[in-house]
Design a protein around this ligand. Structure first.
Ligand SMILES: Cc1cc2nc3c(=O)[nH]c(=O)nc-3n(C[C@H](O)[C@H](O)[C@H](O)COP(=O)(O)OP(=O)(O)OC[C@H]3O[C@@H](n4cnc5c(N)ncnc54)[C@H](O)[C@@H]3O)c2cc1C
Length: 329
């Protein structure tokens, strides 16, 4: 076993051990992110000569699945960092993020996201040009890692049907109010609603401005999110022991690995539905004790349910409703 694999296995063991405490905590302990940073995982796909691990997409997904099988909450917040990492690695990155590249790759500076501006439908978060930069108005209803990350990559709708991406400090500031959600699962992800009221953002904080195109989304992000559901299934199967679900897990993983933009929603729905069935199977396998608060089955069932909606898209939702028998009559 390589040094990296051995150290990763140790982190997985510690995360598994801590998972019940994290489930009841208000926030994920910082030590969890420090352990991921020590392994180089905040620079997962950054080039080695920049201090990263230069993971392929397949290697990254394997790692996300393994960590999610141990502590879904920590893994969930860690992967939000990848937007900031991608922004820092972009050769055309503006100074504000390029200057932090080294710290971002090492996980000394950590990121979250608020992608509201990329969502279809009427704009919920608007960016209006001002003399000094931009003014933000509206809300980002779901932002994880508040108090745990340093910066947010925020997408807002700009003028002339554009999406403006900005880098914000993840802290209370004039024009910004964070309201904490109390979640039934993954509460330690410190997920908030952000409300913006004429919040001023300096021009040098703009990471990009592109035409809004709801049909254009790279499948990689959707693929990585799919590994969260695979991880939850893997956790269940580790407890249940050999069963036919092992084959289903391999099939769901292969479907995600082989998916293109068109088939990704089906593969994502397949992985999420499997996580729910695996968590139900775990509850049956564990018997009555699975209804006790803090049992692994009870926690895993709640977590599988959150993954039915997190990072969803209309096509994933349709396919899931179909699979659950609630498709259009
Ligand atoms: C626990 C939890 C934590 C979350 N944390 C974050 C976070 O840190 N940052 C964050 O940005 N979001 C976060 N989300 C939001 C999540 O990724 C989805 O956007 C949200 O769950 C969709 O909500 P909905 O199904 O209620 O759709 P609605 O809010 O009713 O509608 C949004 C619509 O936009 C689509 N959509 C969502 N995102 C995109 C996108 N990027 N591109 C195109 N279409 C899109 C959805 O499929 C949906 O149809 C979180 C959600 C949950 C439940």
């Amino acid at each position: 076993m390589s040094d990296f694999s051995a150290q990763l296995a140790e982190v997985v063991e510690r995360f598994t051990h801590d998972a019940t405490d994290v489930d009841h905590a208000d926030a994920i302990p910082r030590t969890h992110f420090d352990q991921l940073a020590a392994l180089g995982l905040f620079g997962a796909f950054a080039p080695i000569d920049m201090g990263g691990l230069e993971f392929s997409l397949a290697e990254l997904c394997d790692c996300v699945e393994l960590l999610a099988s141990a502590c879904l909450a920590s893994t969930f917040v860690w992967i939000q960092h990848f937007r900031l990492l991608a922004a820092a690695l972009d050769p055309s990155a503006p100074g504000i993020v390029a200057d932090l590249r080294r710290e971002i790759v090492r996980g000394q500076v950590r990121g979250g996201v608020a992608l509201t501006g990329s969502q279809p439908g009427p704009a919920r978060l608007k960016a209006t040009p001002t003399r000094e930069g931009w003014s933000l108005d509206g809300e980002a209803p779901w932002v994880s890692g508040w108090g745990l990350v340093d910066h947010l990559v925020v997408a807002a709708r700009g003028p002339e049907d554009t999406v403006v991406t900005l880098l914000l400090d993840a802290r209370d500031q004039p024009g910004l109010v964070a309201t904490r959600h109390q979640l039934a699962a993954l509460n330690a992800t410190a997920t908030v609603k952000l409300t913006f009221a004429a919040m001023l953002v300096e021009a040098d904080r703009v990471l990009g401005q592109v035409l809004y195109d709801p049909t254009h989304e790279l499948p990689e992000g959707l693929r990585v999110n799919g590994s969260l559901a695979l991880g939850v299934t893997r956790r269940c199967l580790n407890v249940i022991g050999p069963s036919r679900l092992d084959h289903e897990l391999r099939e769901a993983r292969n479907a995600l690995d082989g998916a293109n933009a068109e088939t990704m929603p089906l593969a994502r729905a397949q992985a999420c539905e499997l996580a729910v069935r695996a968590s139900n199977s775990l509850a049956v396998h564990q018997g009555s004790s699975s209804v006790l608060e803090a049992s692994i089955a009870e926690r895993t069932g709640r977590e599988a349910q959150v993954l039915l909606t997190f990072g969803s898209r209309p096509a994933i939702r349709r396919e899931l409703l179909e699979r659950f028998g609630a498709g259009t009559a």
